[in-house]
Design a protein around this ligand. Structure first.
Ligand code: PEP
Ligand code: MN
Length: 360
C-alpha cells in the first residue's frame, strides 16, 4: 500500500487517504460549509473544481479565479488542505500563486498529450503533488504517458486516480469501472499511489458505498469523493454528490482488508486453493494451445479452397453457444463475450500466420 506516501507529502491520512469536497466551487459559503463539516475527520485535502470541463456549452463552467480565494479562506479557517483540477498552463500559474496544496489533471485533459505536456512544462521546477485521472477511454498507455510527462518535467510527487471509463455498453454506472485498468497500472507503476473516484464511476449517490468498498478490496490507497452540503442544489454533478454526513458514515463502514494474513490455517487453505487454480490454469493453457493447433489446420484448409478467414455466421453461432453454455456455469455474458472475442482474435491471427506459411 502506498498511502503513507501522502503522509510524506504532508497530508493527513486517516484509516485511508481521503480527498473529499464538492464537484465545483459555487460560493464562499458552500466551500466553507463543506470544509467545516470535513475538518477534523482525517481528510487529506478538500477537492473542489474551479474550471469545469462541461460536455455542452452553457452548463455551469465553474466560478474561475475567485474560487481560489474562497478555497484559501476555507483552508485558513479549517486547516484543511485544498486541491483543484488544472487543464491548462494558466490554471497551473494561478494555483501556484495561491499556494494550492495539490493539483489533479482531469479525465478529459489526460486524454490529450498536448495538454498534458503544456501542464507539465508549466509545472517544471515546482514540487507540488499532482494526481492524474485516467483518460476517458480505456487507454492505459495515455494514463501512463501522462504520468511520465510529469515525471520527465521533474515532478516527483505523483499519484493516479481511477474514475472509470466512458462506455456505450454501461447501463448501471456513469462510467464503466473497468477495474483491470487500475490493476494493470498498479502492476506497471507499483510506487504510484492510486486513488479511486467512485463518484464519477457511479454517477448516482446510492451506488457509491459499494464501489468504494470494492476499491478497498482491490487495495486502492484511498478515495476521492464528491461531497456537497446540499447535493440536490449542486450546480454540477448533483446526482452523485454525498452530504458530509453520508460521506463520513460511508468511510466509517469501509472494511479495510490487508494484503496478507499470518494465520497458518488461512495460509494452508489458501495454498491448497491456489494449487487448484494453478492446475486449472495449466489445463486451460493446454486446451488453448490445442484449440489454436486446430485453428491453424483450418487456416490451411481455407487457404487451399480460397475461403475467407472470417466466417461471420459461424462466429455468431459460436458466440450464442458459448454464452448459453457459460450462463449455466455462472459465467456472465459480458465475461464470455470478452473471453471469446480474445480467443477469436488470436485464432484469426494464427490462421493468417498459417496462410503466410503456406505462401512461403
Ligand atoms: C471532477 O473530478 O470534478 C471531474 C471533472 O472529474 P473527471 O475528470 O474524472 O470527469
Ligand atoms: Mn464532478
Amino acid at each position: 500500500m502506498n498511502e503513507a506516501v501522502f503522509k510524506e507529502w504532508g497530508f493527513p491520512v486517516g484509516r485511508i487517504f481521503l480527498a473529499a469536497g464538492p464537484c465545483s466551487v459555487e460560493s464562499p459559503e458552500q466551500v466553507l460549509a463543506t470544509a467545516r463539516a470535513l475538518a477534523g475527520h482525517g481528510v487529506g485535502f478538500m477537492r473542489a473544481g474551479i474550471w469545469k470541463p462541461r460536455t455542452r456549452p452553457g452548463s455551469f463552467e465553474g466560478v474561475g479565479l475567485k474560487g481560489l480565494d474562497w478555497l484559501d479562506i476555507a483552508r485558513r479557517e479549517t486547516g484543511l488542505k485544498i486541491g483543484t483540477e488544472v487543464a491548462e498552463p494558466a490554471h497551473v500559474e494561478a494555483c501556484l500563486e495561491h499556494g494550492v496544496d495539490i493539483l489533479w489533471i482531469g479525465a478529459r485533459t489526460s486524454t490529450n498529450p498536448f495538454s498534458v505536456q503544456a501542464i507539465a512544462d508549466a509545472l517544471k521546477g515546482t514540487d507540488i503533488p499532482v494526481l492524474v485521472k485516467n483518460p476517458m477511454t480505456a487507454d492505459i498507455g495515455l494514463w501512463i504517458g501522462a504520468i511520465e510527462r510529469l515525471a520527465n518535467a521533474g515532478l516527483v510527487k505523483l499519484g493516479a486516480i481511477h474514475r472509470g471509463v466512458s462506455s456505450s455498453l454501461e447501463m448501471r454506472y456513469r462510467n464503466a469501472p473497468n477495474w483491470k485498468m487500475p490493476i494493470e497500472l498498479k502492476r506497471l507503476m507499483p510506487s504510484i499511489p492510486l486513488l479511486c473516484d467512485p463518484s464519477h464511476i457511479c454517477g448516482k449517490a446510492d451506488l457509491i458505498p459499494a464501489v468504494a468498498q470494492e476499491a478497498m478490496d482491490l487495495l486502492f490507497d484511498g478515495l476521492m469523493v464528491e461531497v456537497h452540503p446540499d447535493p440536490p442544489r449542486a450546480l454540477s454533478d448533483a446526482a452523485q454528490q454525498l452530504t458530509p454526513d453520508q460521506f463520513l458514515a460511508m468511510v466509517e463502514k469501509l472494511d479495510l482488508p490487508h494484503e496478507k494474513s499470518d494465520s497458518p490455517a488461512f495460509q494452508n487453505s489458501l495454498s491448497a486453493l491456489r494449487e487448484d487454480v494453478d492446475e486449472i490454469d495449466g489445463q486451460l493453457m493446454e486446451l488453448l494451445g490445442q484449440r489454436m493447433e486446430v485453428v491453424r489446420a483450418m487456416g490451411r484448409l481455407k487457404t487451399e479452397q480460397h475461403v475467407s478467414t472470417l466466417q461471420p455466421q459461424r462466429w455468431q453461432e459460436i458466440l450464442n453457444d458459448r454464452i448459453r453454455r457459460g450462463s449455466s456455469l455462472e459465467l456472465s455474458e459480458d465475461f464470455v463475450l470478452q473471453l471469446m472475442q480474445s480467443i477469436h482474435e488470436e485464432a484469426i491471427r494464427q490462421q493468417e500466420a498459417a496462410r503466410l506459411d503456406d505462401v512461403q
